[in-house]
Design a protein around this ligand. Structure first.
Ligand code: 5GP
Length: 174
């Protein structure tokens, strides 16, 4: 795909928002015992920044999910290719995700983690992309809302390219 990139969210905006999210989470879980479960791979940069901005240490774990579908659309059929390894029963758990689009991935993961019987389960998501939502998921901590577009950078890729860009870009076709 030959697409131009337009900067949508700058480094400063990301840094400010991540600090605000960390402050809120810090207040809400003060003295708590939190396990953050990141959704690979796209979340790796956001989660690294978020956990280091928190006022207390947390345990971290990761899942890798894949949804079979063509191109940039998810099919609704979500599979786990790497599951959580830490015990979650009776723990306060927070899913950390890069972007929610249809909502199918987060809805699946939420149900899956609820089956571990955590004490609480919340979701922290960097970007809420609203146009194609099919399933409503509760986004307890949210970074940015965008209407539509395919985003790359700050962990988000397009065919494994552009993940390491420090800003968030929207791809624009020529
Ligand atoms: P959903 O199941 O909500 O439709 O899709 C969520 C997953 O699709 C995200 O975890 C992400 O991997 C991928 N995704 C959705 N929108 C975008 C986007 O704009 N850019 C990138 N790079 N990935 C996206």
């Amino acid at each position: 795909m030959d697409a131009k990139k337009r900067c949508l969210i700058s480094r400063d905006e990301i840094a400010r928002r991540v600090a605000e999210l960390a402050e809120r989470i810090g207040r809400d879980y003060a003295g708590g015992d939190l396990v953050m479960v990141g959704v690979l791979k796209g979340v790796f940069i956001f989660m690294a920044d978020l956990v280091r901005a928190l006022p207390f240490p947390v345990e971290v774990d990761f899942v890798r999910l894949c949804s079979y579908g063509a191109g940039t659309a998810t099919s609704g059929e979500v599979h786990i290719t790497k599951d959580v390894e830490l015990p979650l029963k009776d723990r306060d758990v927070m899913i950390v995700e890069d972007i929610v689009d249809t909502g199918l991935t987060l809805d699946f993961l939420r149900q899956h983690l609820l089956s571990h019987r955590p004490r609480s389960l919340k979701i922290c998501c960097l970007i809420d992309k609203q146009e194609r939502r099919e399933v409503e998921v509760p986004l307890d901590y949210l970074g940015f809302v965008v209407e539509k577009g395919f985003l790359v950078g700050y962990g988000l890729d397009c065919g494994e390219q552009s993940r390491t860009l420090p800003e968030i870009f929207v791809l624009e076709k020529d």
